[in-house]
Design a protein. Sequence first.
Length: 500
Amino acid sequence: MTKIVHHWIGGKAAEGASGTYGPVTDPATGEVTTKVAFATAAEVDAAVAVAKDAFASWGQTSLARRTEILFRFRALLDANRDAVAELITAEHGKVHSDALGEVARGLEIVELACGITVQLKGELSTQVASRVDVASIRQPLGVVAGITPFNFPAMVPMWMFPLAIACGNTFVLKPSEKDPSAAMKLAELLAEAGLPDGVFNVVHGDKAAVDRLLEHPDVKAVSFVGSTPIARHIHATASAHGKRVQALGGAKNHMLVLPDADLDAAADAAVSAAYGSAGERCMAVSAVVAVGAIGDTLVEKIRERAEKIRIGPGVDPASEMGPLITRVHRDKVASYVTGAAAEGAEVVLDGTGFTVDGFENGHWIGISLLDKVPVTAKAYQDEIFGPVLCVLRADTYDEGVALINASPFGNGTAIFTRDGGAARRFQLEIEAGMVGVNVPIPVPVGYHSFGGWKDSLFGDHHIYGNDGTHFYTRGKVVTTRWPDPADAPSGVDLGFPRNH
């Protein structure tokens, strides 16, 4: 019997009323295992209305109470790591260890939210003028929404809602319709932790549901992670409707390898960063820039390691890489490899013919490695979002940096070198929001903020960390003057002398 995923509104599952459902497949088998209800505009409105009603009390709930609930949620999530990871593997396809890693990174933000009391402290200046004090405070916005991608169905929502609700907002999540069950499990755990009904809601659907959230007058802010074209649409549409927006887009993350680098370490890093989670992550290294004469040696080291990656179903403990999310996406990724030679690239490894015995209908693709890729090739210009690594060549450090800075994306980048001076220059000269030095995937820990530059970010705020707290609150400044109690009107005795 096919499983049906409904919405989560007002603290409980809410059966979809539209009669429209989307298919959810097991990427390892290609079999449709689940149907997910698609929300109408009216169902989105119902979720927002419930969230708005809940905000009236949740926004006034003490910080101690909010964090008490989040602490319980953190404990429940920790105890249910495997259960959440199993849902991710079943619908996304990533191997269980990758899924567990996703849950762990989400837990970081939950832990940050548990300590939100420090982040929400205001400021006070006394005696700025005679008997005048000025205080700055931060207050919640109201109903906020999150629109999240398929590649991290648990982690990316947790980049958003823990901070949002810790700050006193209520939340409506629209997760990817490709792997919706992890979001529902998080909703159940929040309810078990004691979160009041309506504070956290989940609506499933497609563009119709998204556009209604972007237009709804009671939604005060929208957080998004996904591709650049959609991020641009989210930002433009929500901003036009007066909302605060943080929209994180696509990437083409480069790894610059200097001639003095430890090439074994660089090759290890390139393989894990390019092919981990089947390359379906916005911080994947998809372009290696080899500087000087090291290119051939580096490519050979990468090839040797890539060929040893074990590809198979995510439920198999021996698997190191799983399938891609859908057949359509698998075919699109393959097209970049099959067309690479005609665009001037050298195909070192071609994984497009790969399959797994007994799972022939799965969305399989093997490891692909392209060398001497021209910057004009589509495989370099586009965000492929699959296990395809492009290697480009540069004669000098300056040429390599110029190549990277010419990219329209600026999400993350890395340099591999033994030279501290070169690394320091790179940190200052590179045009990207996140930089790694001998670290291939420089995703910040929870108490620093995540976000890119250029076409990788639309809006003024990065996500989580201090930027996240500021995004989900607005500042208020209070200027106060009280008369001196010694000047109290005649007949009022506060016990102060009147001879001052």
